[in-house]
Design a protein around this ligand. Structure first.
Ligand code: ARG
Length: 461
């Protein structure tokens, strides 16, 4: 049989495969709350401008409240024949309350309806992800304060470079996540315009009040161009691109955790709660959570590229292609939500192996730059010359199989006669760390102050 919502000009119903490819109810039913919220705002506006009576609005409110209850309690029969969440709810409403239900779609189309529902959903998700991001930042900052003076090797090219503190390393991720949260807020601000009332594509002849619905739904204002409003999915793309970037950050931290937890590094111990065993090797403790978070960026970025590709070349205004916008957004949201929660747990539980990190922090001539800096400061050598002198001392120590600090004063002076005893003071990991007091540097005092600033900024109200 023809579709009861629009079957007037149809003699027969769709092919089974048509119904199957067309139906979005399997995945868009998640939007039911937003759809009902939008309908309530629309009905209130229709009543205000005289297109619904007070009685009709009251019936619609009651009907939608009953439907919400049916859905919440799992009693609502979603029907693929009714395609999507909009027609499922509207048809049920008419079934329950008759005429008034059939008036609800005045001055509205599914095109502005879905654009509105989807924005509401993405907006709510942004709020949830910002909250989760800040929870992770808080945990990182707390651990950073705890380990503000714990030495670890800083790497470049994954080669030991200069000593840093574990707290400094953790705070680097707080900075990245802060930018992600700021990008999310920024995207939210930009998307916060209401498409409702754009109707199918051209607006409507009815005297609707778009400011009223925009305000009721928490939008800053109505959108300004009806063609753009029903076809724009920038807000979803921007959301996905921010999530891709955030997932990339989480992936980097995950990779470090995987490395740190390996026997070769042995920098941290992960809790039982965030590791798994092996079905064959009884001794194994695998960092599966970190590996999965490391991988999630793959699907999230895939979701972004998928939707970008759907949108590419789409002519104005609405086309059914955009129904393909939802699954990538839902998928990416689930992935980032899981990732943030798992990462917060891993960081909360993580136990650093301070002895091992301290040992490696001093390995590989990691204070060679401190030596070169001493030559510049105390002997006024040009840095390039100091670099060369230090290189020769490193090479000497390497030949002898000892650390820089184990070279005798005579051996040092044979390379650079101006060197004196006080040079040895700058060769320890602790002195190196303490000296890095430049803004943003790794000196424990800096790290402590910075962690404290973050904890204050992130303090829960
Ligand atoms: N389910 C549709 C979507 O997600 C709603 C809009 C349908 N509009 C239409 N003219 N067929 O895009």
């Amino acid at each position: 049989a023809a579709n009861p919502q629009w079957g007037g000009r149809f003699a027969s119903g769709p092919a089974a495969i048509m119904e199957e490819i067309n139906a979005s109810i399997g995945f868009d039913q998640i939007l039911w709350r937003q759809d009902i919220r939008g309908s309530l705002a629309h009905a209130a506006m229709l009543r205000k401008v005289g297109l619904l009576t007070e009685q009709e609005e009251a019936e619609i409110q009651q009907g939608l409240a009953d439907i919400a209850k049916e859905i919440e309690e799992g009693r609502f029969a979603f029907s693929p024949a009714l395609e999507d969440i909009h027609m499922n709810i509207e048809s049920r409403l008419s079934e329950r309350i008759g005429e008034a239900g059939k008036r609800l779609h005045t001055a509205r189309s599914r095109n502005d309806q879905i654009a509105t529902d989807f924005r509401l959903w993405v907006r709510d998700s942004i709020d949830g992800i910002v909250e989760q991001t800040e929870a992770l930042m808080r945990t990182l900052a707390r651990r950073a304060l705890e380990y503000h003076d714990t030495p670890m090797p800083g790497f470049t090219h994954l080669q030991v470079a200069q000593p840093v503190t574990f707290g400094h390393h953790l705070l680097a991720y707080v900075e990245m996540l802060a930018r992600d949260a700021s990008r999310l807020r920024d995207a939210r601000r930009r998307m916060n315009e209401c498409p409702l009332g754009s109707a199918a594509l051209a607006g409507t002849s009815f005297p609707i009040d778009r400011d009223m619905t925009a305000q009721a739904l928490g939008f800053d204002r109505p959108t300004s161009n009806s063609l753009d409003a029903v076809s724009d999915r920038d807000f979803a793309l921007e959301y996905l691109s921010v999530l891709s970037m955030e997932a990339m950050h989480l992936s980097r931290l995950s990779e470090e955790i995987v490395q740190w937890a390996s026997a070769a590094f042995n920098f941290v111990h992960l809790s039982d709660a965030f590791t798994t065993g092996s079905s064959i090797m009884p001794q194994k403790r695998n960092p599966d959570a970190a590996e999965l978070v490391r991988a999630k960026v793959g699907r999230i970025t895939g979701d972004l590229i998928g939707l970008l590709t759907v949108m590419k070349g789409l002519p104005l205004a609405y086309a059914k292609d955009t129904q393909e916008d939802k699954e990538p957004v839902f998928d990416a949201t689930t992935a980032i939500t899981l990732s943030l929660a798992a990462m917060e747990g891993m960081i909360r539980d993580l136990k650093p192996n301070k002895e091992r990190m301290r040992e490696l922090a001093g390995a590989g001539f990691s204070t060679a730059t401190d030596l070169a800096d001493w030559l510049v400061r105390e002997l006024r050598l040009p840095f390039r010359t100091a670099h060369h002198v230090t290189g020769r001392l490193v090479s000497l120590a390497e030949q002898k199989g000892c650390d820089l600090a184990d070279l005798s004063l005579e051996e040092m002076q044979a390379v650079e006669s101006g060197i004196n005893e006080s040079l040895y003071n700058v060769l320890t990991v602790e002195s190196s760390l303490a000296s890095r007091t430049s803004h943003g540097g790794t000196a424990p005092a800096n790290v402590k102050a910075q962690a404290t600033v973050w904890l204050e900024r992130l303090a829960q109200p």
